[in-house]
Design a protein around this ligand. Structure first.
Ligand SMILES: [Zn+2]
Length: 291
């Protein structure tokens, strides 16, 4: 019995084949699923990339009910709609926000991570008169190792040139996003609205019991949405420039300071209140800033 879950390598190959966007003419959506068409999964269980194609859920449904021929699907594989860049409106619109980065907890809207005055990820709250409500607006500016533009998001509009891109992936359900350059730089974001119990479990990986209690009290006051959930954006990533190489892992942040004898620093989890931040400076210049 072959698993329905496709091997990661094959998924990545199929995403790259369509330039990370649905290949159906004038679609280009980066929310992609994998469709088996030659043979169909119901006829034979297989993971042969020749008979598989990445399509958005809408065009996947169309393919499932037999709207397209095998020849048309093969044509889509060879002639993707996306030719230069992926453009998409960001799907997350949380009522409140908590960042989790290397196990650290950052409350509230803020620039979450700044590398030498370049804000890699920032979230602002903006009032939209036509909606008569505020929305969270995500901004992103990701550079590759040479300092060249890799991905940019302004007011929730993401634009990523596909040139030199190793991977761009939104999970099928849209709660995770990863963009990776061929040079190994990447940003991986995950979004989940946690119950208090789930939040407590997460905190227990990194903090002592008395601190966990305090963090939950703060979260209840300032970060609970109208369903009593705590919306958390987890940040993972790897970024570098001539001064620093930073690796944000699930429970810690590692970085190498090239400007200081290649010293390796291991940053343990901390709690940042809405006005708090941590700076690593060289002279008067900020090299790295959290929050
Ligand atoms: Zn589509």
């Amino acid at each position: 019995m072959i698993s329905r879950t496709q091997p990661k390598k094959i998924i990545e190959e199929l995403l790259k084949e369509v330039n990370f966007g649905c290949p159906f003419p004038e679609c280009g959506s980066p929310f992609l699923t994998i469709h088996h068409f030659d043979p169909k999964w119901s006829e034979k269980q297989h993971h042969d990339p020749d008979g598989m194609i990445a399509l958005c859920p809408e065009h996947h449904n169309m393919a499932d009910i037999g709207i397209y021929t095998k020849e048309q699907l093969r044509y889509f594989k060879k002639n993707p709609y996306i030719q230069d860049k992926i453009k998409v409106k960001w799907p997350w619109d949380p009522e409140k926000i908590v960042f989790r980065m290397g196990g650290s907890i950052l409350f509230g809207t803020r620039p979450a991570l700044t590398l030498e005055s370049n804000k890699i990820l920032e979230v602002k709250k903006k009032f939209i008169p036509s909606l008569n409500r505020a929305i969270f607006s995500f901004d992103m500016n990701i550079l590759d190792k040479k300092g060249k533009f890799m991905a940019k998001m302004v007011d929730n509009y993401l634009s990523v040139p596909i040139h030199n891109l190793k991977l761009l992936r939104f999970s099928t359900k849209g709660h995770a996003f990863k963009v990776e350059h061929e040079d190994g730089s990447y940003l991986n974001l995950k979004f989940k609205r946690n119950s208090l119990e789930e939040f407590r479990k997460l905190l227990k990986c990194n903090f002592e019991d008395n601190l966990v209690f305090g963090i939950i009290e703060i979260a209840k006051k300032i970060s609970m949405d109208s369903d009593n959930k705590i919306p958390i954006v987890t940040i993972l990533g790897h970024f570098s420039n001539p001064n620093i190489d930073i690796h944000i892992l699930e429970n810690k942040i590692n970085f190498i300071c090239y400007f200081y004898n290649n010293e390796e620093v291991n940053l343990p989890p901390k709690v940042f209140l809405p006005s708090g931040s941590l700076r690593i400076t060289l002279g008067k210049k900020d090299i790295l800033k959290f929050g």
